[in-house]
Design a protein around this ligand. Structure first.
Ligand SMILES: [Cu+2]
Length: 326
């Protein structure tokens, strides 16, 4: 398996962007059912993530729109952890799992390399830039989304699980050694799927990301994240210094790509703080997540590797700066 595949999977994870010296996932989601996701009568999937593994995923589920609650145990580690739901297409589950597993030694190497400001893992491995992008199955597989939380915290997400074989995993996060869980989803999707109310819709596409309905506000709210594009996308939400501009984000992204210092008047390693992550979603999918935002300046960026050249989507312009007011 080419090394770039690992890079792809790693960044598809970014579950708890493992950045030394930066706060882990800030308590971005302390969702409670009162915020609107609990009253829809959706089937629920309560999953616990401990250092030992994922618990609470049955071997077989009915197709449907699920309210997933992920409780992350304290023993998971300082960066917490997450879950991503993927249905391999074009490869067997075994091949997909093999692509998720880091080759021996890779884990330590990745940890030792240090982490540039935004999403370094999305950079194609040296010497592989010319290979024309990651393998096709990565773009054909069905990514339903997912969520993450810090140690001792929990997070919720509403997502759709359609009929077929699924893999629940960290998406290959090297900080998460837990074994992926495979499970089967049977039956047809219900014709009527309740749609959670949301305060804002964030839309992803090539190569744009933005709030297309409502607005992000300070405090607790449900946000719909939809992929209207042709490739898989995910979002790293980060808080930046007040007044952060898109030009500054562009400068940091370019610097990450080239390995040079960014010409910005803040320290990207300390001042761009990942606060939230929503896992990879395939075209046509929506998820609903409760988020709790402080007022401030946020950046949203996708680091999924592009189908054409493997470059992170953020480096093709897929980022946005959003002001969240009081
Ligand atoms: Cu993307």
């Amino acid at each position: 398996m080419p090394r770039v595949v690992l890079a792809v999977v790693l960044i598809a994870a970014v579950l708890a962007v493992p950045v030394a010296g930066r706060p882990a996932l800030v308590a971005a989601q302390e969702a409670t059912p009162e915020q609107g996701l609990g009253g829809l009568g959706l089937p629920e999937l309560a999953i616990t993530l401990t250092a030992a593994g994922y618990e609470g995923i049955p071997e077989s589920l009915e197709a449907g729109r699920y309210l997933v609650t992920l409780a992350v145990a304290e023993d998971v580690g300082e960066f917490g952890g997450g879950i991503e739901f993927a249905q391999p297409v074009g490869v067997t589950v075994e091949e997909y799992l093999a692509a998720l597993a880091p080759p021996p030694g890779e884990e330590d190497a990745a940890a030792a390399e240090g982490t540039p400001a935004l999403a370094p893992d999305a950079t194609p491995a040296e010497g592989e830039e010319g290979m024309g992008g990651p393998p096709a199955f990565f773009y054909e597989s069905r990514f339903a989304g997912g969520t993450s939380a810090g140690p001792g915290q929990s997070a919720q997400v509403v997502l759709d699980l359609t009929s077929g074989e699924w893999v629940a995993s960290s998406g290959g996060d090297p900080d998460q050694a837990q074994e992926p869980i495979t499970f089967e989803v049977t039956g047809e999707m219900p014709a009527e799927l309740p749609e959670p109310e949301s305060g804002a819709t964030v839309t992803m596409g090539e190569y744009v990301i933005g709030v297309t309905e409502g607005e992000l506000a300070a405090g607790s709210q449900v946000v719909e994240v939809e992929n209207r594009g042709a490739q898989p996308h995910f979002i790293v939400w980060f808080e930046g210094p007040d007044g952060l501009t898109e030009d500054e984000v562009a400068a940091v992204l370019e610097a990450d790509l080239t390995g040079t210092p960014a010409a910005v008047d803040f320290n990207p390693d300390e001042d761009l703080i990942p606060v939230f992550f929503t896992a990879t979603q395939s075209p046509g999918t929506s998820i609903w997540v409760p988020v709790d935002l402080a007022s401030g300046t946020y950046g949203l960026a996708c680091f999924f590797p592009d189908i054409a050249d493997g470059l992170p989507h953020a480096n093709k312009g897929m980022y946005a700066v959003v002001e969240v007011g009081e």
